[in-house]
Design a protein. Structure first.
Lengths: 154, 67
């Protein structure tokens, strides 16, 4: 079946190769608060919110870019893993793909609603950090679980 | 929706994999259709009928739960 919104099959392996180390690095950098000084840069920013200072619309901020790098890598690689064609991407696989996407959105927002209601202040920041990636991660888990079930059934 | 894919496949002496190759889907999709877990698109239904050289209505039929 012709689909022009999916990446070629080979992108999936590139995705996994980047995703797994990025996820490990992401968790480690969050837990141990790793901020190597070599990655501290003056970065252009669309909105500058200075502590005890004025807010500006555009400017620069000094920032450690490790978490930005990890974040970009996780998002891009999980998009590759999630949205690369299977070797035989037919209409049944597309149906499983759609169902998994809907399921991932429901689970993601279900958890977010609970977190929004019961988690406050600084802890909620962690919820938002994880929430940047969870919709894709939930999709990947559900989609590959369903594919695996399909392969084992027949 | 009921179908006679398995019967037609046996009549034409085809394995699931051979039929899958002819209609350009995966073997799992043929299996899912035979088990009634998946209702194919019109294009796939027409392709199957074309391979078996019968009418689509001979291959697929509605059940009361389809209404």
């Amino acid at each position: 079946m012709k689909t022009n919104y999916l990446f070629p099959n080979r992108f999936k392996i590139y995705g996994w190769i980047i995703l797994i180390p990025s996820l490990i690095m992401g968790v480690l950098s969050l837990v141990f608060e790793i901020e190597p000084t070599a990655l501290e840069f003056e970065m252009p920013a669309l909105f500058v919110d200075e502590f005890m200072g004025k807010n500006k619309l555009a400017g620069t901020v000094t920032n450690n870019i490790l978490n930005e790098i990890i974040g970009v890598l996780i998002i891009l690689s999980s998009i590759f893993v999630a949205f690369s064609k299977e070797k035989e991407e037919d209409e049944y696989i597309l149906k499983i793909r759609l169902e998994s996407l809907v399921w991932a959105v429901y689970v993601n927002y279900g958890i977010l609603l609970l977190a929004l209601s019961f988690i406050y202040d600084f802890s909620f920041l962690y919820v938002k950090i994880f929430n940047m990636f969870t919709i894709l991660i939930f999709f990947i888990i559900r989609f590959y679980w369903q594919l695996n079930k399909l392969k084992n059934e027949s | 929706m009921k179908n006679t894919i398995k019967i037609e496949r046996a009549r034409h002496n085809l394995t699931q994999a051979q039929l899958a190759e002819k209609v350009k889907v995966s073997r799992q999709t043929i299996n899912a259709m035979e088990l009634g877990k998946y209702v194919p698109s019109t294009v796939l239904a027409l392709r199957l009928a074309c391979i078996f050289e019968i009418e689509v209505t001979e291959l697929f039929s509605l059940e009361s739960t389809d209404w």
